[in-house]
Design a binder for this molecule. Structure first.
Ligand SMILES: [Zn+2]
Length: 108
């Protein structure tokens, strides 16, 4: 599930920085084949956030039950660290999709 998106037409690879920069653009033109495609990140991000949230609950339950003398502050710091890592992984949840326009062009 976690990988950087590829151009849906020519499978050109996009770097982390480029993906991050273009996340909120509606459409992007491929630097390799010149065709435009849509950016889709919402669905992947929602699923990813749900997984991270579930993971955090499990981590905190385990910490509180099995680590003796753990403080709420330590739990909070670990939670913040995990959220920070999750935010860094956001570009890996972005997907590029063929636009309807390009599909129509192919058919015509
Ligand atoms: Zn391309």
């Amino acid at each position: 599930m976690l990988k950087l998106p590829l151009c849906p037409y020519c499978k050109a690879i996009y770097r982390y920085g480029d993906v991050k920069k273009n996340t909120h653009k509606k459409s992007i033109k491929c630097h390799n084949c010149g065709k435009s495609f849509e950016v889709s990140y919402l669905k992947g991000r929602i699923i990813f956030i749900c997984i991270v949230a579930a993971l955090l609950i499990v981590i905190n339950i385990l910490l509180l039950n099995f680590v003796s003398g753990i403080t709420i502050l330590a739990c909070l710091l670990i939670t913040v660290a995990v959220v920070g890592i999750a935010v860094l992984l956001f570009p890996y949840t972005v997907r590029y999709k063929k636009t309807e326009d390009e599909k129509d062009k192919k058919r015509a």
